[in-house]
Design a protein around this ligand. Structure first.
Ligand code: IPE
Ligand code: IPE
Ligand code: MG
Length: 250
């Protein structure tokens, strides 16, 4: 008797939610003898293409890691260039997002961002709130551990105030207190630049996400690369801890 694992029963359909760690702008620039900012500028263009591609493919949620809570450790000039680019990106793209049916959402700690950027974000979120084609989440001054710590603090306060019982604290409740509440966990995570790490991105939400690491730098990430990553995902076998269904051939 031969037992053949049947992978097809578990083959995922197209991903509903794709998350991307857009990495490698600095190396892209260095390889060309350009300042790091030039890499970030090209990176912003690659992000625009990724949003368009997600819409064309029919991805419903796209989450982009734009600035981590650890990125403040970079030289002040680079941080201010990144913030300038972000300001420019939000100003130029929000109208286009809105026309295309994109709902914008920003996660991360806004308290360290400059007030005009915070205003741009809130206005963009408000303006696009009713759109349904694609939910674009931009992670900005975001850290996964900080997100979980804040949720834990709020839950503790609710328990202390008698609004919640300790035995009501379960995975569903914690997920509902994260900034991503209402958004399904990512099916696919793509990281460019060849680094194979999560760098404190969505650490709760990525528990069962399929990871695809690409050996190319973010400014070079094209529509074709996005489509190839989706195909790679579609060939994966998601088991969530269970066994594959075996086919028994006698
Ligand atoms: C990603 O590219 C952009 C941000 C983290 C803001 P990097 O700037 O990290 O590029 P490398 O990793 O130094 O090449
Ligand atoms: C992760 O990239 C953050 C973003 C892409 C915004 P980093 O370049 O900051 O990550 P490390 O330092 O290589 O882990
Ligand atoms: Mg990097």
């Amino acid at each position: 008797m031969t037992v053949i694992p049947l992978a097809s029963g578990h083959r995922p359909v197209s991903p509903i939610h794709v998350a991307i760690i857009m990495d490698g702008n600095g190396r892209w620039a260095r390889a060309r003898g350009l300042p790091r900012t030039a890499g970030h500028r090209r990176g912003a263009e690659a992000a625009r293409i990724a949003v368009e591609t997600a819409m064309r493919i029919g991805v419903q949620y796209l989450t982009l890691f734009a600035f981590s809570s650890e990125n403040w450790k970079r030289p002040e000039s680079e941080v201010s260039d990144l913030m300038g680019l972000l300001r420019h990106y939000l100003r130029s793209e929000i109208g286009r997002f809105h026309d295309g049916g994109v709902r914008l959402k920003v996660i991360g700690d806004r308290s360290r961002l400059s007030p005009d950027i915070v205003t741009l974000i809130s206005a963009g979120e408000e303006r696009t709130a009713g759109n349904q084609k694609l939910t674009l989440t931009i992670a900005l001054n975001y850290g996964g551990r900080a997100e979980i710590a804040i949720a834990a603090r709020h839950i503790a306060l609710d328990v202390a105030a008698g609004l919640l019982r300790a035995d009501e604290v379960d995975e569903r409740l914690i997920a509902s207190r994260l900034e991503t509440t209402g958004i399904p966990d990512p099916d696919l995570l793509i990281r460019t630049s060849g680094e194979q790490r999560i760098s404190n991105f969505l650490i709760w939400q990525l528990a069962y996400t399929e990871l695809v690491f690409l050996d190319l730098l973010w400014p070079d990430f094209s529509r074709k690369d996005f489509e190839a990553a989706i195909r790679e995902y579609e060939g994966r076998n998601r088991r969530y801890g269970a066994v594959q269904d075996p086919v028994i051939v006698s």
